[in-house]
Design a protein around this ligand. Structure first.
Ligand code: ATP
Ligand code: MG
Length: 563
């Protein structure tokens, strides 16, 4: 049956939908929607909602709408509308012709509001925002009725028409549902359903100066589109009572079922669009698509694949109570996918010059290297080798501790796909004492990486030819926040205080294999022994720019951190 793994439905939402379909509710149809507000870019939390809504629709042969919940003109923008569509498509989902905007329903929503007034279920209130809050009461105390609550229908109709005509100042009046000021569910205490806002809307322009509130617009938009299951996050649980109340008052032809699930939280990450927006506006990151951002556009630029993100969303599951997922789980899904796909190349991020004294001057050999051991069809390529090469600075230690098996004075190691070399001499800067060059010898009999006499070396290191390699810039990222819980703050603290000051390190003198000369932006490579790196759109001829997508699991780093 749809939505099932071998053990039955995967989660409680799919269970519920399976039950509804089995009982013949909604004529057995399943229609869902993903309803972003276009006030920011989508993030990994939205991906969970997208995968759920589109996934459920696909599993039951139904459909999923993309609906922009664009009812707050001051915060919204076409830039966000466009980026959201791009990101949903990139994730691998298709809404077909079912693209909708709540703003397209403004006239209908307005008419429904008028109908509520006619039925004595809504009234124009002259309290200010502060007064509305004051009258609302608390969890312990019931609210008090607004002095305007018992206005007659005719007066309410007249005032609402004049609100719409622009006669009143923003904030001076609202339209409120007449529900119950003593309800234990605070959102039921006469929620505001329309407010005055003299703002230009990105779609309706200056046509309206009253705008519907979320609680009013959402349930009716769902109803208009014939949504069967309105899946949303837990913070809307209380709003379900308003959702149901409004649909009940208006005798709507269908009544979508709201079901709540836990939102995704990830360690070292924030998911609030408000905070993400501040990160951009205050310049803590370059833009919404900065590769450190948990936005889908940032993750795409960083080298994440849609497959990895979908797999991650599937692996976290759909729960009924909030929890926080380890960032490592996301990286696990990423590595699993990139391991299969990413072509392997050699790149030296922090180069140390090595001269191979017994290698003929001017000679260049082409050595054969495997493109992807996980994918034989990816074939092989040629890597040039010559007398002067670069190796990674951290692959040499003058006084190596136990368990450091790479290059050291007198030590022999294997150069990947090439030869064994032995370090004969260390050249230092006479002023600073810094190691600037290694003088080595190579054993011509070890070409390809094995010694005919059977002798072993304990380490294989990567390298590039000095002259034939290309210059590259590599942007090395760490978590954007220094704490697993960015909101772990002293009283009065600001989440920005927990930013990780070293979330970006730019390495400008890297050297990469010549095959990367035409590397296309967005493509992700595995730099052997270093991790996954994606070509950034800032790349220029003569200087390729890479973003570090993720490290490989580094056994030495583990040993070193234990010592
Ligand atoms: P804000 O951060 O301003 O509260 P939002 O993230 O809720 O906004 P919306 O555009 O309203 O933004 O979200 C669209 C849909 O995505 C909603 O149905 C919402 O429940 C869902 N969603 C948002 N964040 C998450 C998350 N972290 N995990 C799962 N679903 C989410
Ligand atoms: Mg929201």
């Amino acid at each position: 049956m749809a939505g099932e793994t071998s053990g039955g439905p995967r989660d409680f939402i799919r269970q519920r939908i399976a039950d509804d379909v089995a009982a013949g509710r909604n004529d057995g149809h399943v229609v869902t929607r993903f309803p972003p507000e276009p006030n920011g870019y989508l993030h990994i939390g939205h991906a969970k909602s997208i995968c759920l809504n589109f996934g459920v629709a696909r599993e039951w042969g139904g459909r999923c709408h993309l609906r922009f919940d664009d009812t707050n003109p001051t915060a919204e923008d076409v830039e966000y509308v466009e980026s959201i569509q791009r990101d949903v498509r990139w994730l691998g989902f298709d809404w077909g012709e079912h693209l909708y905007f709540a703003s397209d329903y403004y006239q209908r929503l307005h008419d429904d509001a008028v109908e509520l007034i006619r039925r004595g279920k809504a009234y124009v209130c002259d309290l200010t925002g502060d007064q509305v809050r004051e009258y609302r009461g608390t969890l312990k105390e019931p609210g008090r009725n607004s002095p305007w609550r018992d206005r007659g229908v005719e007066e309410n109709l007249d005032l609402f028409a004049r609100m719409r005509a622009g006669e009143f100042a923003p904030g001076s009046r609202t339209l409120r549902a007449k529900i119950d000021m003593s309800s234990p569910v605070i959102v039921m205490r006469d929620p505001v359903i329309y407010r005055i806002q003299k703002a230009h809307h990105h779609r309706t322009g200056d046509q309206w100066c009253i705008y519907p509130m979320y609680d009013f617009a959402h349930c009716l938009s769902d109803m208009i589109e014939g949504i069967t299951h309105s899946l949303c996050t837990l913070e809307f649980s209380d709003n379900r009572t308003v959702y149901d109340w409004i649909l009940d008052q208006l005798d709507t032809p269908c009544h979508p079922q709201q079901i709540e699930f836990a939102r995704l939280n990830l360690t070292y990450t924030v998911m609030s669009k408000r905070v993400l927006k501040r990160l951009v506006e205050e310049g803590h990151v370059k833009d919404w698509d900065d590769p450190r951002m948990p936005t889908l556009s940032g993750m795409r630029r960083r080298g994440y694949t849609p497959e990895a993100i979908r797999e991650f969303c599937e692996s976290v599951g759909i729960a009924r109570s909030d929890n926080t997922v380890q960032f490592e789980q996301l990286e696990f899904c990423l590595r699993k996918d990139l391991n299969l796909k990413a072509p392997r190349v050699m790149a030296v991020l922090e180069p140390l010059r090595v001269v191979i004294e017994n290698y003929p001057e001017g000679q260049v050999e082409q050595l054969e290297a495997v493109n992807n051991p996980e994918d034989p069809a990816a074939g092989t390529r040629h890597v040039p080798f010559s007398r002067v090469i670069y190796v990674e600075r951290e692959d040499f230690m003058e006084n190596p501790p136990n368990k450091f098996f790479r290059l050291a004075p007198g030590r022999e190691v294997r150069l990947r796909y090439a030869y064994f070399i032995t370090c004969k001499e260390v050249v230092k800067d006479p002023e600073t004492g810094e190691v600037v060059e290694l003088r080595c010898t190579y054993d011509p009999a070890t070409r390809g990486g094995d010694a005919p006499d059977g002798r072993k070396v304990k380490a294989t290191i990567h390298w590039v030819a000095a002259e034939q390699s290309l210059a590259a810039e590599v942007r090395v990222y760490e978590h954007l926040f220094a704490k697993a819980d960015p909101y772990d703050l002293p009283p009065g603290g600001d989440v920005m205080d927990n930013l990780n000051p070293s979330s970006l390190r730019v390495l400008t003198d890297c050297r990469v294999e010549p095959c990367l000369a035409d590397a296309q932006a967005g493509v992700c490579y595995q730099f052997e022994r270093k991790g996954y790196f994606a070509v950034d759109s800032d790349s220029r001829p003569g200087k390729v720019v890479f973003n570090r997508t993720a490290t490989l699991r580094d056994t030495w780093a583990k040993v070193a951190s234990k010592q």
